[in-house]
Design a protein around this ligand. Structure first.
Ligand code: AMP
Ligand code: MG
Length: 338
């Protein structure tokens, strides 16, 4: 057992705590959670200052986001109806724009990730997203907002918590490029070409695989936006590019230093017929989405938005070995824990 309640160290995917008391009282956990707290409070401050309204996210509903790479959804019995725990807040984010033009929430997500993700250092079965949606925005405006938000929150955290960075041995020099707002940008097709050039067999038709993401990320010293993923690799709600059919107006943000994906986002489609077609193309039964499709038919605003993984952002900023270290009560695939 190590000082922070670990049973073993097995490289970057160190095994999670079996003793929650030791995990919660370890200096590493406390510093990581203080960094998370600061990231969240400065994100809230930034968004409120820019006219956003915070909403409380639903945890259950008749349907949830189907586009969650290989993970399983959790069903619950809602008075005889089969409901889901939220895998993401996407459907509710679009709907919420009927109330306010700029919204955000900090939403819990449950995804039963494949067992092998317990060792990737990047996957929890329960995590949180900072979810943001803006009526009338396009993809590039959403990308700019992510960049501004990340610069603001990391700058505040570096300024406020020097002792915690020192406790964790995290050199804040790692954020030099980030703090200048100097983020890279490349299209998915360019990312595929770079990966193949480096000998990694990335499919041009799919999301970047985990190894590819880590490889691109480890070759950089500043965050990187990857844009224009191919249709078929993402959910039905990402808007297709009219000038380049087959490509979606979406993006991911990858952290540098090998930490990988922090955020996914897109300009959304709000066209009823388009959404129904895209649901069918992605193997979803439109009947299941009745409440959402009824709203879309009556009209929901065009929008763009994104979700930043809170534990992933904390892991990167705090320089943690594994994402579970950024959670007070981590749940990893297949690991029984409180
Ligand atoms: P996705 O909808 O899969 O793009 O997820 C949105 C964001 O949530 C990602 O960019 C990650 O930062 C975070 N995320 C997704 N899956 C997980 C997971 N299993 N564990 C921790 N964070 C996750
Ligand atoms: Mg993603």
């Amino acid at each position: 057992m190590t000082e922070d309640g670990l049973t073993a160290t097995t490289g970057p995917g160190r095994t999670p705590p079996t003793d929650p008391g030791r995990h919660l009282t370890s200096p590493t956990t406390r510093s990581a959670l203080r960094i998370q707290h600061q990231l969240l409070s400065s994100a809230r401050e930034y968004l409120r200052g820019h006219g956003f309204t915070e909403l409380l996210p639903p945890i259950i509903g008749p349907v949830t986001d189907p586009g969650a790479r290989g993970s399983k959804q959790v069903d619950i019995d809602f008075y005889g109806h089969r409901y889901k725990l939220m895998t993401s807040a996407i459907l509710y984010k679009q709907a919420s724009l009927l109330a306010f033009d700029k919204i955000f929430c900090i939403a819990p997500n449950v995804r039963l990730e494949p067992l092998e993700t317990a060792g990737t250092s990047r996957h929890l079965a329960e995590f949180h997203q900072l979810d943001v949606e803006v009526a009338g925005a396009d993809r590039d405006e959403a990308v700019q907002l992510v960049e501004d938000l990340v610069v603001h929150t990391v700058a505040a955290t570096v300024r406020e918590l020097p002792k915690d960075f020192a406790e964790l041995g995290r050199d804040v020099g790692a954020f030099t490029e980030l703090l200048k707002g100097s983020f890279g940008r490349m299209r998915h097709s360019e990312a595929v070409a770079e990966l193949r050039g480096a000998g990694h067999p990335q499919s041009p038709d799919a999301e970047l695989d985990w190894a590819g993401e880590a490889l691109l990320s480890s070759r950089r010293d500043r965050p990187l936006f990857v844009t224009d993923y191919p249709k078929g690799s993402r959910g039905f709600y990402d808007r297709e590019c009219p000038e380049q059919p087959g490509l979606l107006r979406n993006f991911d943000l990858l952290a540098p230093e090998g930490y990988g994906e922090l955020c996914s986002g897109s300009q959304r489609t709000n066209d009823y017929a388009d959404i129904v077609t895209r649901m069918r193309e992605t193997g979803e039964n439109p009947q299941k989405y009745r409440w959402y499709l009824d709203l879309v038919r009556e009209g929901v605003p065009a929008s763009a938005g994104f979700g930043i993984g809170v534990e992933r952002l904390t892991r990167y900023v705090a320089g943690l070995d594994a994402v579970w270290q950024a959670s007070a009560f981590p749940k990893l695939a297949g690991v029984v824990s409180p």
